[in-house]
Design a protein around this ligand. Sequence first.
Ligand code: HEC
Length: 96
Amino acid sequence: MNKLIPWIAFVAMLCLVGSVSRAQDTANGEKTFKAKCAGCHGPDAAGKPALKSPAIKGKTTDDIKKVISTSPKHAGLKTLTADQVKELAAYLATLK
Ligand code: HEC
């Protein structure tokens, strides 16, 4: 029974590390969003009708990759790294 305790501690630690790194992704994603997307998609990703930009809350990495590679509006965003796209999606997933 006592042999289980280190394992439980180990698994608990893994969960903790996982959630900290997700929180970090979200924080980085928010920074990138504010710097590169909020101008067109609005500060809360709700979209700006005047610019014909849609709400992008909850968009996934695939949605973002697709729009970056296909939409001329996003031509300036080709320099975003795969990590930045992942972080953006993590942030957008927190918006409702
Ligand atoms: C120059 C203004 C502009 C900027 C900056 C911009 N967008 Fe957009 N975005 C648009 C417009 C306009 C559309 C709709 C037409 C299109 O897809 O070209 C759009 C569409 C999208 C869509 C598709 C939404 C849908 O429902 O189909 C996603 C996802 C998206 N943008 C993500 C982003 C992300 C992430 C960023 C920042 C890294 C960003 N955009 C920066 C103007 C912009």
